[in-house]
Write a protein that binds this ligand. Structure first.
Ligand code: CLF
Ligand code: SF4
Length: 295
């Protein structure tokens, strides 16, 4: 692996499997709004693209977020990454997201910055990301079907350029923007991790196509996440009740995708306010009261 990439991933617990036992990450829940609707999402809870759905994180302002990061940095060993992963979409809340990065960058220049997005606004913000030295971006991409047929079963609408688009047209625009944004990131040396939510009966057979496309673009890592369907999760959204893939099905899809892409195997679908090592969530220890007195 080239040295510059090695340097970027060696202490990033999501991008490097070897790092995830040793380095911690913090998420700050600074991005409440979203610009698309996924049929597996319930807006009352965290974004299920990256964060575990069905839980609500304590919302923070950029200033509170920066305080929290500095406070947690003193409490949690080897904190190496700040990620913004919801509870909505990081790039649907650009002022809040980039203000947080700016404040943290000033105080903790060594912390790696990371964000997660559905990709709709990605092309617009790549230059801004370069400015803040953001080397790690996760894009959730569930289909590369250019007809919009598969995507329209996953996304009922998107909100783009002040207009709401529906159905296949919405899915097509989203896909174009995701591909354009990811290419632009790769050209700028940003390491892309792609998340795909495995939705049985909808995109399970299609995910190997997604993996092929990701490889072609130069995406670094592919993370195939099971759809989490829990009865208490509500009945509002169209994919509610679709059972997650069985372990066997998940393995088969991973094997097929792994032909083309390096796969992430250690994701734990963290909350939008997760703190600590992956799989060890200390987010609840650090409520607003704990860092209120930080200056
Ligand atoms: Fe957070 Fe995501 Fe950055 Fe990691 S999480 S924004 S890349 S710092 Fe990691 Fe958590 Fe899986 Fe995400 S284990 S949900 S992959
Ligand atoms: Fe929900 Fe995330 Fe999809 Fe937005 S991108 S609709 S917050 S799952």
């Amino acid at each position: 692996m080239p040295e510059d990439i090695q340097e970027k991933i060696h202490n990033h617990p999501c991008y490097s499997e070897g790092a995830h036992h040793h380095y911690a990450r913090i998420h700050v829940a600074v991005a409440p709004a979203c610009n698309i609707q996924c049929n597996y999402c319930n807006r009352k809870y965290d974004c299920s693209n990256e964060s575990r759905p069905g839980v609500t994180s304590e919302r923070l302002s950029p200033e509170e977020s920066a305080k929290k990061v500095m406070f947690v940095g003193g409490e949690v060993q080897r904190l190496s990454v700040l990620g913004i992963a919801g509870p909505g979409d990081a790039l649907a809340n650009p002022e809040k997201t980039f203000k947080t990065f700016e404040l943290v960058r000033e105080k903790a220049p060594d912390l790696k910055l990371c964000l997660s997005t559905n990709g709709l606004e990605l092309p617009k913000f790549v230059d801004e990301m370069v400015k803040y030295d953001i080397d790690h971006v996760t894009v959730t991409i569930n289909s590369v079907d250019t007809t919009g047929e598969i995507g329209s079963q996953i996304y009922p609408w998107i909100f783009y350029n002040n207009k709401r688009y529906y159905g296949k047209e919405a899915a097509q625009i989203l896909l174009e923007r995701q591909l354009e944004g990811m290419k632009k990131c790769v050209e700028n040396g940003i390491l892309i991790k792609a998340n795909s939510v495995l939705i049985p009966g909808i995109n399970d057979k299609h995910l190997p196509e997604v993996a092929k496309k990701l490889k072609e673009i130069g995406v670094f890592l592919h993370n195939i996440m099971p759809i989490i369907s829990e009865p208490e999760y509500g009945t509002k959204f169209a994919l509610d009740g679709i059972p997650s893939a069985t372990d066997q099905e998940q393995m088969e899809v991973q094997e097929a995708c792994g032909m083309d892409m390096k796969l992430m195997q250690h994701c734990r679908q963290c909350r939008a306010d997760a703190v600590g090592l992956i799989g060890e969530d200390r987010g609840q220890e650090f409520t607003k009261d704990t860092f209120a007195n930080m200056t």
